[in-house]
Structures are given as structure tokens and as C-alpha cells.
Ligand binder design. Structure first.
Ligand SMILES: [Mn+2]
Length: 430
């Protein structure tokens, strides 16, 4: 039995108030799209099937390297994080899975945690290991690296942690582990590039060997931070090399913020899919580096172009198309639930717009070397305001027509501020 966090009756009452206007907008958009030969109900059905995972760690207020400013009522443990993720899903109906991070999300009983999530209408996505910081009870420090560390004992400890994450994941029903390490160097000469990479692959093989048959291991690349001169899996090239060496269950995960400025990320999507190594996505946005800003807040066009390549990839080889979509953001100045709701809408909108692209017209223009009409095939889809499609899909699944308005009206955070313990001062992400 499910027990969703918000009153479903209140959501229905909210929808009843907004439904007539939505119906009008949906019908008008439907007529516009029909003139282009697009059936709006087909797009709505595709939107209704599209889902993204939420990360447990993004339900708390993030921080920068300088400070974290907590808000009253933010979650303080995995149970409260699940509750907040359930709010996001109940309103958006697009985020049915949560991605946990260990040891941050440690629980006493993982079978019970799986039941608890199911009661909230949630399942679990990829588990994430953490060997980029030390824990109070750990034997060896990760200060000089983890899976790629020079010391064998440190590598063994990091491998054991990843295997422990897989074991937890098996209990909660995950089917993937995402591996991101902070290993790297701050000085030229500090580390031999290839010996460090070799150690990473060797450690990765031990983790890979522990994967159940239906699992995937997702490698997340990042060009800098916390190491500022070199990282082990710095880019998609290194990620692809490692994934190819580790085996078919290992794939690459693209975090939109983990590239050099102005890199053509949509092209990376196409290339990785061609290599059958497109494993997953971490959605966020950035102005300068790995800013972890809200998806689509800075460059919604890039987000659309990424989804356009995803649609191309699916059309080209559907058998090898199964990317794990997840939000990975740090919410420093907003209520994290509001950011997750707004970002989900931005991501689903980019997906919907990519569904609107006239692929025959695009291909035809490409074959005729008509650069302008090829671009216009994309532009025509990008210009469409797909909000009525998203709202209709949401409402039909029981979500709210205006997610943010309903969330504010529900006073969730104010109520939780009365129940949850206060988060203290701190720095960095949680
Ligand atoms: Mn990420």
C-alpha cells in the first residue's frame, strides 16, 4: 500500500481549478502541431513514459567550498530524503526512482528501506560510492587517491567499499553503480598518467567482477576538481578506454558539468552511443565549470541538443539505448524540492521538444547539404512551448498542473521545519 506524502485530494482540487485553462492551451497546441503532421497525444504519451531519477543528496541544501546555508525543515537522514523525493515525484510524476550515495545514506536495514520507499511510491536507481572523502571509522585515508592510489591497501579498501555499495544495491533493487573518484594530481610530475590509469582499471576489474549479471557499472568522468592538474578519468576518451577494458557491463556516464567550457557535449552523446557505451546522464547546468546549477537554467538550448542526439541514438540503435537519467545538482539558494521540480520540468521539456523534431526533414536537409533547413528542423521544435503537454501528462498521472504553486500552497517545508531537527552550520555538499 502506498502512502504518498501530500494529500492527493488537494492535488485533484488544485487541478480542477486549472483544468479548463490547460485543456484550452492543450487543444490550441494540438491544432498547431497537427498542421505540422504531429499528433500531440503521441508526444504526451512519450512524455508520460519518460522518467528521471532524483539524487538523495540534492534534497538537502548544497553548499560551495565556502559555506552551506541550511534551511529549516531540510532532511537530515535517508528517510527524510526519501520523503522529499516522494514529494517531487507525487507532484511531477516523472521521478519514480532515487539514487542513493554511500555512506551518506547508510541505513540499518536496507530491505526495510526498500519497503519504505515503495510505500512512498519510489524505487531505487544507481547506487553511488564515495571514495573521495574519509569517514571517521575508516582505516586508510583517501588523501592520496582511492581506486587509483599508489598504495595497494588503499585500493583494496576502495574496492571493498564499492562492492559493499553493490551489495546494498542488490537489497534495495538497484541495477547499477556509478563510480566517480576524486583521484588525480595537483602538480605536473606528481603522478604518472598511465600508471595511475592502470591502477584504476585494475581496481575497476575487481569491482566489475562483483556486478550481478543484470547490473551496469557507470564511470563518471570529470576533468578537474578536487584534483586541479589531472584526474584519472578526465574526459569521455579516458572513460571510454576504461569502459572498453572493463567489459560490456561497464559504460560511460556523462555529467553535463564535467567538461571543459564550450565542449560539444551533444556530439559526445552520439559518439558514446555509437560505441555502445552511453550508460547514463547527470543533468545540471553551468555557467563556468562544474557549477551544478539547475538543469536548463543557463543553457536550455544545449539541453535540447543533448536530447536531440539521444532521440537520434534511440532511433539508430534502440537495442543498445538505455541511458540512466538522473539529476545531479547542488541547490545553494533555493528550496531543493522547488529546484528539483523546476529542473524536472526543464529536462522533460527538452525531451518533449526533441520528440517534436521532424527527423525526415532533418535527414533530408543533411543529405542535400542544406545547412539552414537542417538547422530550422531543430529550431522549429525548440521554439514550441511544450508546457501544456507536460502539464497534461502530469495531471493524467495524478501530478499537479502547476507543481510549484501547489508545493508552496502545501506548506511542506514549514511543516517539516516543526518535525525535523535543525541542520547545523557546515561547508560543502551534503
Ligand atoms: Mn555527477
Amino acid at each position: 500500500m502506498t502512502a504518498l506524502p501530500l494529500s492527493q485530494d488537494a492535488i485533484e482540487a488544485h487541478n480542477a481549478e486549472h483544468h479548463a485553462a490547460l485543456e484550452e492551451d492543450y487543444q490550441a497546441l494540438g491544432r498547431t502541431l497537427r498542421r505540422r503532421g504531429v499528433d500531440i497525444d503521441r508526444i504526451r504519451a512519450a512524455v508520460a513514459d519518460f522518467t528521471i531519477a532524483t539524487p538523495s543528496w540534492a534534497t538537502g541544501r548544497g553548499g560551495t567550498r565556502f559555506a552551506k546555508f541550511a534551511i529549516p525543515g531540510e532532511p537530515t537522514n535517508v528517510h527524510e530524503k526519501l520523503e522529499d523525493c516522494a514529494v517531487v515525484h507525487q507532484l511531477s510524476r516523472a521521478t519514480p526512482r532515487v539514487s542513493l550515495h554511500f555512506p551518506w545514506d547508510k541505513a540499518d536495514d536496507y530491505a526495510a528501506l526498500r519497503d519504505e520507499a515503495a510505500t512512498l511510491g519510489l524505487g531505487f536507481d544507481a547506487v553511488n560510492s564515495n571514495t573521495f572523502q574519509d569517514q571517521p571509522d575508516q582505516k586508510h585515508s583517501y588523501r592520496n587517491g582511492s581506486l587509483a592510489a599508489a598504495e595497494a591497501a588503499v585500493r583494496e579498501q576502495a574496492i571493498a567499499h564499492n562492492i559493499e555499495c553493490i551489495e546494498i544495491g542488490k537489497t534495495i533493487g538497484s541495477q547499477a553503480i556509478t563510480v566517480w573518484i576524486g583521484d588525480g594530481s595537483n602538480f605536473p610530475g606528481q603522478q604518472d598518467f598511465n600508471r595511475a590509469f592502470d591502477r584504476y582499471v585494475e581496481s575497476g576489474q575487481a569491482v566489475y567482477a562483483a556486478l550481478p549479471g543484470d547490473w551496469r557499472m557507470l564511470l563518471e568522468h570529470k576533468l578537474y576538481e578536487p584534483a586541479f592538474y589531472s584526474t584519472i578519468i578526465s574526459d569521455w576518451g579516458s572513460s571510454l578506454m576504461a569502459a572498453l577494458e572493463l567489459g560490456p557491463k561497464c559504460q560511460c556516464l556523462v555529467d553535463l558539468g564535467h567538461h571543459a567550457p564550450n565542449v560539444n557535449i551533444e556530439q559526445i552523446v552520439a559518439r558514446l552511443h555509437r560505441a555502445k557505451k552511453l550508460g547514463g546522464f547527470h543533468f545540471n547546468d553551468s555557467k563556468y565549470g562544474d557549477d551544478d546549477l539547475d538543469s536548463g537554467s543557463i543553457n536550455p538550448h544545449q539541453l535540447f541538443l543533448v536530447f536531440n542526439e539521444l532521440a537520434e541514438a534511440r532511433a539508430r540503435d534502440p537495442a543498445h539505448f538505455d541511458p540512466a537519467y538522473m539529476i545531479d545538482q547542488s541547490h545553494n539558494v533555493t528550496d531543493p524540492i522547488e529546484s528539483l521540480l523546476s529542473s524536472t520540468e526543464a529536462i522533460v521539456a527538452a525531451f518533449a521538444k526533441a520528440e517534436l523534431v521532424d527527423r525526415d526533414a532533418l535527414r533530408d536537409a543533411q543529405e542535400r547539404n542544406d545547412a539552414m533547413m537542417a538547422f530550422q528542423a531543430l529550431r522549429a521544435a525548440y521554439k514550441v512551448d511544450v508546457s501544456p503537454i507536460l502539464a497534461m501528462a502530469r495531471a493524467q498521472k495524478g501530478g499537479a498542473i502547476d507543481v510549484l504553486a501547489f508545493y508552496r500552497q502545501a506548506n511542506w517545508r514549514e511543516r517539516k521545519a516543526q518535525e525535523r531537527k535543525l541542520v547545523g552550520l557546515g561547508a560543502g555538499i551534503v
